[in-house]
Design a protein around this ligand. Structure first.
Ligand code: TMP
Ligand code: ASP
Length: 237
């Protein structure tokens, strides 16, 4: 597998082309960003931890029948993935109120959401990822109604699989964000990453935050918290 040119540099990952037109390389960097890129810091080991964490979670999801872009890990910080055409609609599932939901609706942080809620945001840092809906996504051609229905169904399934997985590790999956793309055959496939950068995880007993909120809120011990989550899942990093 030959790594070729840089295709896209995101806030925390860089995407490279390879000698295979159907494969890309995701490189997980130590950059940690919050508030849509307004604050970026390098946190030692984060790229490696997130790469390994993402690989572990994507394998669990594949085993549960969810199509993911994962091919194989190449190094501590690099993973080979299927090339997808990404859909710019972020899918957020919430089991407990936190983050922007608390700010927007004035509800209490930690309040259980029954059933879990599903929200969609446009991936656009300059506009601070505004909330959108299915009607807007269809009208602007970001995705078809069928694609959006599939994305929602897969997000619900991911929530079931991962809520159970984290629960067994003594953790609450408070919320998470997924990004999907379309593969060469036109299938909706889970892309991007699943790591503590893009979800909220609390200790079930103490409610200690073990995700990127430690960075957003200046709580410290960010990568240590990610490693604690990994260790509780039985993942050796
Ligand atoms: P929010 O509370 O800020 O709307 O975020 C909900 C969840 O989605 C939280 O786990 C963080 C994640 N998320 C991202 O990782 N990136 C994003 O751009 C957005 C909007 C949310
Ligand atoms: N992922 C976004 C950013 O880095 C939003 C966030 O996580 O706060 O800026």
């Amino acid at each position: 597998m030959e790594k070729r040119t840089e295709l896209y540099r995101g806030k925390a990952k860089t995407v490279f082309t390879t000698d295979n037109p159907e494969r890309l390389i995701l490189q997980f960097r130590n950059d940690t960003s919050a508030f849509d890129g307004e604050r970026i810091e390098q946190l030692d080991r984060k790229g490696m931890v997130n790469n390994k964490f993402n690989n572990f979670i994507m394998q669990k999801l594949e085993a549960a029948g969810i199509p993911t872009q994962l091919d194989r890990v190449l190094s501590d910080t690099e993973t080979l993935v299927k090339r997808l055409t990404m859909i710019p609609v972020e899918c957020v599932m919430r089991n407990f109120a936190a983050g922007s939901l608390v700010r927007r609706l004035g509800v209490t942080e930690g309040q259980p959401l029954n059933p879990p809620t599903f929200e969609q945001f446009l991936k656009n840092d300059a506009l601070h990822d505004p909330m959108v809906n299915e009607s807007l996504a269809i009208s602007f051609g970001w995705a078809t109604a069928e694609q959006l229905a599939r994305m929602k169904a897969l997000t619900v399934q991911v929530n079931q699989v991962l809520s159970a997985l984290f629960d067994q590790a003594g953790l609450m999956l408070v919320d998470f964000k997924l990004e999907f793309g379309v593969d060469a055959e036109g299938n909706i496939v889970l892309g991007d990453e699943f790591s503590p950068d893009g979800c909220r995880l609390w200790d079930k007993e103490t409610k200690k935050k073990l995700d990127k909120d430690r960075f957003r809120q200046g709580l410290g011990g960010v990568v240590e918290a990610y490693e604690e989550v990994a260790a509780r899942l039985g993942l050796v990093i």
